[in-house]
Design a protein around this ligand. Structure first.
Ligand code: FE2
Length: 266
């Protein structure tokens, strides 16, 4: 849910099955954003998507953040609460960036403990989203897909798969997105993000979310839904927000891919 489209959601006129909101935008005492969210909730189920839990942080989780997040969850009774596999700051400093983790046993222990703590506190399982990244670590001991699978196993969390992020990271680091997808436990995937990216310097792809979903991401999505059929799908746009009709047209395209896949399966 982006500000330019508020009116359509407030009126319940947007032809979507659910609405995703950035949790932090509504973790406040009152005011217009929260008032609007309550009205939108009368028309649509809400998915809460966070950007600063910092589940990879060795500092542990911020208790006051968790309290405010839970307050919002109690208020909107969301479909689910998600955040990213990343860390966002240190010593109380929030970088507002989704920073990559080394995929080591130590980082896995840390992220699993944080996710378990968040789930206990929120009294609900979380969805964890795969990040896009521009570097890997010399200390990496496992692939991102093995890291995510292990998190699901250890904590009972679910996954929000961002297909664009898999494509971006696959291009940047030279892995096969299909190998990634084949290794993900299908029964843990509850939501999918579709988005666009930009081309940076040195051939890097950048996860800007300011473009329509490009053909290679659609091609990957067509493969994805062969495995993950009963999953909530969303078009994610963070910048250069187009008219709502453009996003609805992309959503319709996603529906057509899903229907074509269902027919083939039948
Ligand atoms: Fe995403």
């Amino acid at each position: 849910m982006r500000t330019p489209h508020y009116d359509a959601y407030l009126a319940g006129e947007a032809p979507v099955d659910f609405v995703e909101v950035i949790s932090e935008n509504y973790m406040v005492e009152g005011g217009r954003p929260l008032y609007s969210l309550d009205r939108v909730r009368e028309h649509y189920p809400i998915a809460m998507h966070g950007v600063s839990m910092s589940v990879g942080s060795a500092d542990g989780l911020d208790r006051s953040y968790l309290q405010r997040l839970k307050g919002l969850a109690v208020r909107v009774q969301p479909l689910w609460v998600s955040d990213h596999l990343c860390w966002t700051g240190i010593d109380g400093f929030n970088s507002h960036d989704l920073l990559p983790l080394p995929y080591t046993e130590e980082a896995l222990d840390t992220a699993a403990a944080n996710i378990a703590q968040a789930q206990d506190f929120l009294e609900r399982p979380m969805l964890i989203e795969n990040p896009s990244s521009y570097l890997t670590f010399a200390d990496d001991m496992m692939s991102e897909w093995d890291f995510l699978s292990a998190l699901c196993e250890r904590t009972g969390c679910y996954l929000l798969l961002d297909i664009n992020n898999i494509y971006v990271s696959g291009t940047n680091h030279g892995f096969d997105p299909l190998e990634y997808l084949a290794a993900i436990p299908a029964d843990r995937v509850r939501q999918i993000h579709l988005a666009g990216h930009s081309h940076g310097r040195d051939g890097l792809l950048i996860d800007t979310h300011d473009q329509p979903v490009p053909d290679p991401v659609w091609a990957l999505y067509a493969k994805v839904i062969e495995r993950f059929s009963n999953v909530a799908v969303m078009i994610e746009r963070d910048d250069d927000i187009p008219p709502l009709e453009d996003l609805i047209a992309e959503m319709e395209m996603a529906r057509q891919f899903s229907q074509a896949s269902a027919k083939v399966a039948a």
